[in-house]
Design a protein around this ligand. Structure first.
Ligand code: CS2
Ligand code: MN
Length: 364
């Protein structure tokens, strides 16, 4: 595996490449053209510029997260072919610039959803949190305003103000899209992009829906082992793969994470590893918050997750995912430097221990 770190670009991120370079073991950057809108073609020049900036700091551009999919493609309306053509052009340009990994998601309207961005923990750190009762009480149209206090003035991934201004219209456009229709639209999209992915060897890595169940009556499909296998069978090409995100699949306690990983051998192109803490161990209660990375501090056994990735021969980029706010850092929620750097170090340590144990050097 290659240890990577997400970076939103120098105009948006509070963390610098120079800081990332000092995190032990981190060699790769996962980035995006954060100021492009879903559906826009990415030019070769802009991609090249991003790449050279990262390389000048002594790091590699290991993949893109995300090239976002325009709502027309998810809805399946008459404009979808236009936007798929644009997506294909972006993929071609990425391929020509020697980039071979693209993370994306297929969630209607909202990307990930939380009800609090900076919930105070007893140790003084802050975590993003999800409370079902709060979601039930929220008006999706004003959701962002309701929770944005903790956003520190940043634009959060998947919550572009330009799109959020049209939330009501977006809901209307999705009114006839149920789970099956969304699967069908995803199939249509994947079938059209697979030729260019094969030509340039671009691995598409779909990110799970977060939380992994429908919110506000909108369908969500990348939620479980069964559904992810349905998606891969539907377009059976090794370039049609997944981002295994422990914190997103793991929002649903019914998902057995190590088992899912083992079942996805050969199709995991990118991994996000983080811990969550369920508030009530009763799986009926889906409330959770982002926890410190250590297994003993949250609900997941991170060792088993990293071990499963190791056992299936995972060689792709891996990154810590959301972190807590610690040591007074002011950053985009979930994307500060300090806690994620601890996460990268912890994952690296687990990987190394597993690798060494496999060589019989130590027992853990
Ligand atoms: C990320 C997602 O911040 C996060 O929660 O994991 O925004 C993720 O990048 C997208 O869903 C992938 O398209
Ligand atoms: Mn993730």
């Amino acid at each position: 595996m290659e240890m990577t770190f997400r970076w939103f670009g120098k105009d948006f991120d509070t963390v610098t490449l120079e800081q990332i370079r000092q995190i032990p073991g981190v060699t790769g950057i996962i980035s995006t053209l954060y100021d492009t809108m879903p559906g826009e073609v990415w030019s070769r020049e802009r991609i090249r510029k991003l790449k050279s900036e990262i390389e000048a700091a002594g790091l590699n551009l290991s993949g893109i997260e995300s090239v976002n999919v325009h709502d027309s493609i998810k809805i399946g309306n008459e404009e979808r072919d236009y936007y798929i053509d644009n997506y294909i052009e972006t993929l071609e340009n990425l391929g020509k610039e020697d980039i071979h990994l693209v993370c994306y998601n297929f969630m209607p309207v909202f990307d990930w959803t939380r009800t609090e961005l900076a919930r105070l923990n007893p140790d003084g750190s802050t975590s993003m949190a999800y409370r079902q009762a709060a979601v039930d009480a929220l008006d999706p149209e004003t959701m962002f305003e309701t929770i944005s206090e903790g956003a520190n003035g940043t634009v959060m991934p998947g919550w572009e103000p330009e799109r959020m201004a049209h939330v009501k219209e977006l809901f209307e456009l999705y009114k006839d899209v149920d789970e099956d229709k969304l699967f069908e639209n995803l199939k249509y999209f994947l079938e059209r992009i697979m030729p260019v992915c094969n030509q340039y060897d671009i691995k598409m890595a779909i990110h799970p829906d977060d939380p992994a169940w429908p919110v506000f009556g909108l369908p969500r499909i990348i939620t479980s082992k069964e559904n992810i296998h349905r998606m891969m069978k539907m377009v059976d090409d090794p370039h049609n793969g997944v981002t295994f995100c422990s914190g997103s699949y793991g929002t649903n306690p019914a998902n057995d994470l190590p088992d899912m990983i083992r079942s996805l051998k050969g199709r995991i192109h990118f991994a996000h590893v983080r811990n969550l803490k369920f508030i009530d161990p009763n799986p009926e209660t889906l409330d959770f918050e982002e926890a410190p990375h250590l297994s003993r501090c949250g609900s997941f056994d991170l060792y088993e997750i990293v071990k499963a990735l190791y056992d299936i021969g995972f060689e792709g980029p891996i990154r810590p995912d959301h972190g807590r706010g610690i040591w007074g850092e002011v950053s985009m929620p979930g994307y500060g430097l300090y806690d994620r750097a601890l996460g990268a170090t912890y994952i690296n340590g687990l990987w190394e221990a597993i690798e060494k144990n496999a060589r019989g050097d130590i027992k853990i």
